[in-house]
Design a protein around this ligand. Structure first.
Ligand SMILES: Nc1ncnc2c1ncn2[C@@H]1O[C@H](COP(=O)(O)OP(=O)(O)O)[C@@H](O)[C@H]1O
Ligand SMILES: [Mg+2]
Length: 362
């Protein structure tokens, strides 16, 4: 999948721009605050119908403007062309169109234009709560499994209702209705998360070894109460506790993905370079799985390429992603000379754009 061109109106600090893109590596260089990440976020919006930064749509509208419009022409690996238009107005909300036709549900768009992001914001996967890791898994698995996204939406709706009910001294029969709904979708979500983490593990190990000379063993483990007992039993056993706490204390909304290095938690014992390499390996594993499942090479966004990486690891990363298995890539960096010399050394062909004050010039 490649994005052949993109036009942006009123998106963050980009007032009006139109770009033709290379099918290979596209590099965006410019000072901090120039708008490089904003441009990548626009690409993400077209692919996933939402920002890659946890922002509301209205925050993406340029200050003082009323709306933004993003329009892009995608070309699939088989040559099929698709026009995607994502617009948002402060007054009437978001609209997403594919080949001129508006989607009934935004979720129908997810997965049709696969994308993988490597960004400094990934560090939240290590340092923040399990919430961030679940969000990551959800977004990843939703791209390959429509039923997963549907199950997730149902689960969250049932969970919210059950929690509301728990605040009102409910009858047990009422609770059981929601328990059944939670079990139906919860078990599906659990199975898919387990499968995907099992599949990721050897790939992450492999990419980590390619990126780093050191040979620490790395670990990635799915932690879920549902691995011990079925959700129906868990809910039954925790009912008294749930009633006392007035919310649901067990289920897949408490799952985690535990990351380790040399047998110790990555967060506490990994150096910055190791943590970053781990996260990149995770994303490359995600790329490989998406690519295999969709028979389509995803778009790869590498925001702030040199973030926490030395020259050597950047060169390793570039040599991996310049290979056949990878497709279109977007790279940003604030140092043009550094980026150009690294790419030249990797003998990778690229197109360079300068970004300044929300304007992008080739
Ligand atoms: N809604 C918005 N309207 C106008 N400017 C915005 C908006 N959101 C972010 N910005 C501006 O975009 C700039 C950050 O751009 P960004 O793409 O993150 O820079 P970088 O090139 O460092 O990646 C900041 O100056 C910020 O003020
Ligand atoms: Mg940036």
């Amino acid at each position: 999948m490649v994005l052949r061109d993109i036009s942006l109106i009123g998106f963050k600090n980009i007032s009006d721009d139109r770009l033709a893109l290379s099918d290979g590596i596209n590099c965006f260089v410019g000072d901090n605050g120039a708008g490089k990440t904003n441009l990548l976020d626009a690409v993400h919006c077209l692919s996933m119908a939402k920002s890659m930064l946890t922002m509301t749509d209205s925050q993406s509208v340029r200050h003082g403007d009323e709306f933004f419009v993003l329009d892009g022409c995608f070309v699939a690996d088989d040559g099929r062309q698709e026009q995607v238009c994502c617009s948002y107005s402060r007054r009437s909300g978001k609209t997403l169109k594919r080949n001129g036709k508006e989607y009934e549900r935004l979720s129908d768009h997810v997965g049709a234009f696969p994308i993988v992001v490597v960004s400094p914001a990934d560090s939240a996967l290590i340092s923040d709560s399990a919430d961030e890791r679940r969000r990551y898994l959800n977004s990843f698995i939703s791209q390959i499994d429509k039923a997963y996204l549907t199950a997730l939406i149902r689960y969250n709706a049932a969970l919210a209702e059950r929690n509301k009910l728990l605040k009102t001294q409910p009858e047990q029969a009422m609770i059981e209705i929601y328990d059944r709904l939670l079990c139906q979708s919860g078990e599906h979500i659990h199975t898919r998360r387990r499968e995907i983490i099992d599949q990721m593990k050897p790939l992450v190990e492999n990419y980590y070894a390619l990126l780093c000379e050191e040979r620490e063993t790395i670990g990635i483990e799915y932690r879920s109460e549902l691995s011990e007992r079925p959700l129906s039993e868990l809910l039954e056993a925790s009912l008294q506790r749930d009633l006392a706490n007035r919310f649901t204390t067990c289920g897949i909304h408490r799952d985690d993905m535990v990351l380790s290095i040399g047998g110790y938690p990555l967060r506490k014992y990994g150096s910055q370079g190791q943590q970053k390499s781990f996260l990149i390996a995770l994303k490359l594993a995600q790329y490989t799985i998406l690519s295999d499942r969709k028979c389509e090479r995803p778009i790869l966004l590498l925001d702030d390429l040199f973030d926490k990486l030395d020259m050597h690891r950047v060169a390793q990363l570039l040599s991996i992603v310049a290979g056949e298995k990878f497709g279109q890539i977007f790279i940003t960096d604030c140092n043009k000379v550094r980026l150009q010399s690294t790419l030249d050394r990797a003998a990778a062909a690229y197109r360079l754009y300068n970004v300044g004050n929300g304007e992008i010039r080739q």
